[in-house]
Design a protein around this ligand. Structure first.
Ligand code: NAD
Length: 440
């Protein structure tokens, strides 16, 4: 919308500067207003008030936002906090929240009520069918999505990559959907970047888990009984989670080594007091796009494993955070490398749900492999639910606030931020390259 108004303003300024005659100016302003109206109409394709909702006393009823109890196993987060409910209601939205939605995050129904939310029983058919937008952490089941009215908007971490079930449900139910995983990594999107807010938590908690499971201290200590050497931590992948893991391990006093294939992160790693392991010198180095690493070749990964093998043999802890969006996580620790790690050492694999950076890790489980503890850490943000929900809820508010005005939720499909993550519009899939890659 900003672009639309700016364009109309530009037409206005341009035309006005061409002529000083009053009639010319009037004509130009009329022209600008037509352009503005035309462009606004084009961009406001979505979320006109459905016919079954009325207008009261000339004041538009702003969108109904529904916050469900999360249904995915082990999910403790919630998509709205009392703080964001208050802000959405101040913007004129009606916020409907399923009873108990915030309980696992430490937010009581009464607190939500005081902040302006309307509480409804779980799976209340009329609340779902009247919702204009459903704000979730993870997607409800395909069956539950069938309770929403056609044209409603689903917003959350929808796990869109090769998700044919979601693809089918969005088409069948005629839904629009925004997958936060696909939000472009541009500065304007930072406050809405849920991947970052949650990865930060995961990176921090991974180090705490490792230190609790390790049979040694993290810091160097000089005691009456002698000196204790600091723990040696290897962090694989220096994205958001990896850099937070580095910072946390450094604060606990460990010596930290970091491997990443993007040379740009070397400076960031060193500024946190860690040592960077330069990627193998090979011709077919993986490329980089939009700050993300591209998939590495098998030969490159083999050379990288070779290089890391000696590092890991001396390590007390390995924190695995290396990922390539939409792809299987790179396998960086093989069985042979685990054989060389000392009993008592710990591996925390944050990439376990994407296939794992480390051999033998299992989601949500700790495996004891010849004394090496392998922690499958796929759900760490859920172990810090109060802050994870508070930050996630703010991400959603930051994403939606600019879309709420003039009595409607308006999505500008020409805005790169919206266009990047809007995977479906009224049941028409816009990102089949993500949802069903290779289908066409
Ligand atoms: P990610 O979770 O996709 O990947 C984590 C890290 O794994 C990345 O640093 C990647 O280079 C690394 N990796 C991939 N293959 C590897 C391999 N074989 N060996 C070692 N490391 C490997 O990434 P992320 O944490 O979501 O962030 C990626 C980038 O985006 C970072 O540079 C981050 O600073 C940037 N970012 C930008 C914004 C913004 O500008 N709005 C917001 C968040 C993140």
């Amino acid at each position: 919308m900003t672009a639309v108004v700016a364009m109309a303003d530009a037409v206005r300024t341009f035309d006005c500067s061409k002529s000083h005659a009053a009639e010319d100016r009037t004509l130009s302003l009329a022209k600008a207003s037509v352009v503005e109206k035309h462009l606004q109409k084009r961009c406001r394709l979505l979320f006109r008030r459905p016919r079954n909702l009325s207008w009261v006393g000339g004041i538009p009823i702003l969108p109904n936002l529904l916050i469900p109890v999360e249904s995915a196993a082990g999910e403790t987060r919630v998509a709205a906090s009392p703080e964001t409910v208050k802000k959405f209601t101040a913007l004129g939205c009606r916020v409907v929240l399923e009873q108990g939605a915030g309980l696992a995050s430490g937010y009581l129904d009464e607190t939500y009520s005081e902040c302006g939310a309307e509480l409804v029983p779980v799976a209340d058919a009329s609340a779902w069918s009247q919702a204009d937008a459903l704000l979730c952490v993870q997607s409800p089941t395909a069956d539950a999505l069938g309770r929403l009215r056609s044209g409603a908007l689903l917003v959350g971490l929808l796990a869109p990559y090769a998700n044919s079930e979601l693809d089918g449900a969005l088409k069948r139910c005629g839904l629009s959907a925004m997958a936060l995983e696909l939000l472009p990594r541009i500065s304007r999107a930072q406050s809405a970047d849920a991947l970052s807010s949650q990865a930060n938590i995961a990176g921090y908690k991974s180090v705490l888990l490792a230190s609790a499971a390790l049979d040694r201290y993290f810091p160097m200590l000089m005691t009456a009984a002698g000196t204790v050497q600091p723990a040696r931590v290897v962090v694989l992948g220096a994205g958001v989670a990896g850099l937070q893991a580095v910072a946390t391990a450094r604060r606990l006093g460990a010596v930290v080594y970091v491997s990443d294939i993007r040379p740009a992160v070397k400076e960031q790693v060193e500024s946190l007091g860690a040592r960077f392991i330069d990627p193998p010198e090979m011709e077919d180095k993986p490329a980089e796009s939009g700050g993300y690493a591209k998939q590495a070749s098998d030969a490159f990964l083999a050379a990288q494993r070779q290089q890391l093998s000696d590092q890991l043999a001396e390590a007390d802890v390995a924190i695995c955070t290396a990922q390539v969006p939409g792809r299987r996580a790179p396998r960086l620790i093989s069985e042979d490398m685990l054989d060389r790690m000392r009993p008592g050492s710990v591996v925390v694999d944050l990439a376990v749900a994407q296939g794992g950076n480390c051999a033998d890790t299992v989601p949500s489980e700790t495996v004891d492999r010849n004394g090496v503890k392998l922690i499958g850490a796929n759900d760490l943000p859920c172990t810090v639910p109060n802050h994870a929900s508070a930050l996630y809820a703010r991400n959603l508010l930051a994403l939606l606030q600019p879309t709420l005005s003039d009595g409607q939720l308006t999505l500008d499909t020409e805005d790169e931020l919206i266009a990047g993550c809007l995977i479906s519009q009224d049941g028409t899939i816009r990102r089949s390259d993500v949802l069903t890659p290779g289908a066409n």
